[in-house]
Design a protein around this ligand. Sequence first.
Ligand SMILES: Cc1cc2nc3c(=O)[nH]c(=O)nc-3n(C[C@H](O)[C@H](O)[C@H](O)COP(=O)(O)O)c2cc1C
Length: 360
Amino acid sequence: MSKNHLFSSFSLGGITLGNRAVMAPMTRSRAEGNVPNALMAEYYRQRAGAGLVLTEGTSPSPNGLGYARIPGIFNEAQVAGWKKTTAAVHAAGGRIFVQLMHTGRVGHPSNLPPGAEIIAPSAIAAPGEMYTDQRGMQPHPVPRAMTAADLVKTREEFVQAAKNALAAGFDGVELHGANGYLLEQFINPHTNQRTDAYGGTIENRIRFVVEVARAVSEAIGGDRVGIRLSPHGANAGMTAYDETDATHLALVRALVETGIQYIHVVDHSAMGAPPVPEALKIVLRQVWPRAYIASGGFDRATGETALREGRADLIAFGRPFLANPDLVRRFEEELTLAVPEFATFYTPGPKGYTDYPVHG
Ligand SMILES: Cc1cc2nc3c(=O)[nH]c(=O)nc-3n(C[C@H](O)[C@H](O)[C@H](O)COP(=O)(O)O)c2cc1C
């Protein structure tokens, strides 16, 4: 009988994962005051059966808190708050990385703490509106274009956040290079129109991401670092450009040298984005010498097939984990899956958060 890959263990850097099912990062907006709390610890504890839990996007900087009630990891209260989550997940036998998400131009001043500001590679507003607790939907503001000093400071914020992550008990960090946030705003020429060494050519547009990855890797060890990428993604105002595949191939080649452990490639076609071409997925898998996480629209069967065909080492599941805290057990025993309720994705409190029951 052939081995069932999804339930086999995997060594990620030096860390042993009990199975190949990763909980995908999901913003849930339960962090009142941007500080992680006991409710969040309970939510993650319930999902510790994942081989690896990736937290919701968590800001390394006051400037990166673009959405209402998302957590940070740049001050002492946040580190103390996250310790509750890491302790709960570890006590339940799980492993957990924090996703470092700087929202860049995707945000609104009402969501930021005093003194923080919306910054981005170039002064180009994201299309559409952003929800704020104070004033409902508001148009995205025009961000301030980052200066050379901002680049250094922001890179250092990522480094400090990664150190804070280890102090908070995380097993590692995932850099959010996807979904239209700050790092992808550098990659995409429509959001990056800089005329310095960080804009223009492919080499220049990937430079900031590679510098951040290298600095974080040097600070906490590459084994503890991964990055999420979404070539062809359309979230948060990202629009298509001719060199998408060449840009991501160059980026991944450059990331090899930084020593980081994994790339996490998301295809959001299940959510309406253009599909990531199969040829790009294959070449990224070939070029990347270490762990590869695939995500976006997987179920038990398609995840198992992707592992069996060698297309990934790990499969991340988002919405299935949101609604099924015991997802891995349900997969193993082929139990029915609960359906996630969109209305409570981002609302405060336990409803639609910690009250999804385990099966039976
Ligand atoms: C409520 C919600 C919040 C999300 N927040 C994040 C996030 O903070 N960071 C991120 O990289 N992706 C985020 N995503 C995308 C998921 O990680 C995942 O890529 C997406 O749900 C597709 O995978 P799925 O089909 O398994 O759900 C979010 C998705 C959902 C449904």
